[in-house]
Ligand binder design. Structure first.
Ligand code: SAM
Ligand code: SF4
Length: 328
C-alpha cells in the first residue's frame, strides 16, 4: 500500500518530471546560455534501468500518478521509445515536453510505445522570430511535428509559449487563434529567471494578466474553474471552440499548490524549480541501496521543500542550474 509523499506545505507529491538528457539542439534565449554548453558525459546520465527504478519506487511507495519526460530536449536521448515502453508498463499517465523538432519522425513510435500526451514549445509563428528566439531556423519542422502528434493520437497536444516583452508579446492573439483552429491549447508562460544567459529582468516579463486582457479584446473567454494543483489558469472560448491558458509563474506563484518533484538527467532529485538544494540519488542507485533506502532519501528531500521562490523580492536566490538543466 503506497504511503503519501508529503512536502513541507503539506501537499502530496503525485507528479514527477524526469529529465532524460541535458542535451538540446536549440538555444532558446529564455533557457540556455548563448555560448556552448558542456554536456554531461554519458556515464553520468541515468540509464533507462535507473530511471525506470526511480519511477517505479515513486509509483509503488508513494502512489505517483503522472510522469512527464523532459530535458534538455528529451527527443535528443537515443532510443527514447524504449524508455517510454518501460515506463508505460507502470500505472501512470505518461507525457512529454519537447521542442517538437523531431516529432514528425518520433510522434508515432512514441505513441505506439505508450506515450499518452505531449506539450510542444512554440514561441512564434514567424520564421525569423522563431529562429531568433530558439537559435534554430526550423519553425516548419516544429509545425509538422505538432501535426504528426495530433495524427498519432497523442491527446491532448498542448503548446507552451514563453512570452518575452519585445520579442513575441505582440503575437499572443495570433498564437491563440492558431491553436484554437488546430485544436491545441496554447498556454502563455511568464518568463522566469532560469535562463542560462542571465537575460532575465522584470521588464521582460509579460504578466499573465496582460496576456489575458489582450486575448479578451478579441475573444470572449470563460474561466474553466479552480486551477487546483495545475500551474495553468485555463479558459474556454465562449463559442465552445477550444481552450487557452496562462501560467503566472512570476506574478502569481503557485508554490503552495505544486504537487511535483523533479529528477535531473544525472539523478538529482529537486523538490522545486527554484530549489538551491537537491538530493543526489545516483550514488544510492549505483551503490547497492535498497528501494526502501532510495524511498527514504526521496521523502527527506521532498519534506525539506522550501517556502516559495520569492522572485522579485530581496530574498530571491537564483538557482545555479538553468531551465534546460532542470527540465521545466
Ligand atoms: N526542450 C523541451 C522544450 O523546450 O519543450 C523540454 C525542456 S524545456 C526546459 C521545458 C519548458 O520550459 C519549455 O516549455 C520551455 O518553454 C520552458 N522554459 C524554459 N525556460 C524558461 C524560462 N526561463 N521561463 C519560463 N519557461 C521556460
Ligand atoms: Fe532546449 Fe527546451 Fe531549453 Fe529551448 S526550452 S533551449 S528547446 S531545453
Amino acid at each position: 500500500m503506497p504511503r503519501a509523499l508529503v512536502d513541507s506545505f503539506g501537499r502530496q507529491v503525485v507528479d514527477l518530471r524526469v529529465s532524460v538528457t541535458d542535451r538540446c539542439n536549440f538555444r532558446c534565449r529564455y533557457c540556455m546560455p548563448a555560448e556552448d554548453m558542456r554536456w554531461l558525459p554519458r556515464e553520468e546520465i541515468l540509464t533507462f534501468e535507473e530511471v525506470e527504478r526511480v519511477v517505479s519506487i515513486f509509483v509503488h511507495h508513494f502512489g505517483l500518478q503522472s510522469v512527464r519526460l523532459t530535458g534538455g530536449e528529451p527527443t535528443a536521448r537515443a532510443h527514447l521509445p524504449e524508455l517510454v515502453r518501460r515506463l508505460a508498463a507502470l500505472p501512470v499517465e505518461l507525457s512529454m515536453t519537447t521542442n517538437g523538432a523531431s516529432l514528425a519522425r518520433l510522434a508515432r513510435p512514441l505513441a505506439q510505445a505508450g506515450l499518452h500526451r505531449v506539450t510542444v514549445s512554440l514561441d512564434s509563428l514567424q520564421p525569423e522570430r522563431f529562429a531568433a528566439m530558439t537559435g534554430r531556423d526550423v519553425l516548419g519542422q516544429v509545425l509538422q511535428g505538432i501535426e504528426a502528434a495530433l495524427e498519432a493520437g497523442l491527446h491532448p497536444v498542448k503548446v507552451n509559449t514563453v512570452t518575452m516583452r519585445g520579442f513575441n508579446d505582440d503575437e499572443v492573439v495570433d498564437l491563440a487563434r492558431w491553436g484554437r483552429e488546430l485544436g491545441v491549447e496554447v498556454r502563455f508562460i511568464e518568463f522566469m529567471p532560469l535562463d542560462g544567459a542571465g537575460e532575465w529582468s522584470a521588464e521582460r516579463v509579460v504578466p499573465a494578466e496582460e496576456v489575458l486582457s489582450r486575448l479578451q479584446e478579441v475573444f470572449a473567454l470563460e474561466p474553466m474553474g479552480a486551477r487546483g494543483s495545475q500551474p495553468a489558469e485555463r479558459f474556454r472560448y465562449s463559442d465552445g471552440r477550444g481552450t487557452v491558458g496562462v501560467i503566472a509563474s512570476v506574478t502569481r506563484p503557485f508554490c503552495g499548490d505544486c504537487d511535483r518533484a523533479r529528477l535531473t538527467a544525472e539523478g538529482a532529485l529537486r523538490s522545486c524549480l527554484f530549489s538551491v538544494t537537491e538530493r543526489d540519488l545516483r550514488p544510492l542507485l549505483r551503490g547497492g541501496a535498497t528501494d526502501e533506502e532510495v524511498a527514504a532519501a526521496i521523502e527527506a528531500e521532498v519534506a525539506a521543500k522550501w517556502a516559495g521562490h520569492a522572485i522579485g523580492r530581496v530574498t530571491f536566490v537564483r538557482p545555479t542550474r538553468s531551465m534546460s538543466q532542470i527540465g521545466g
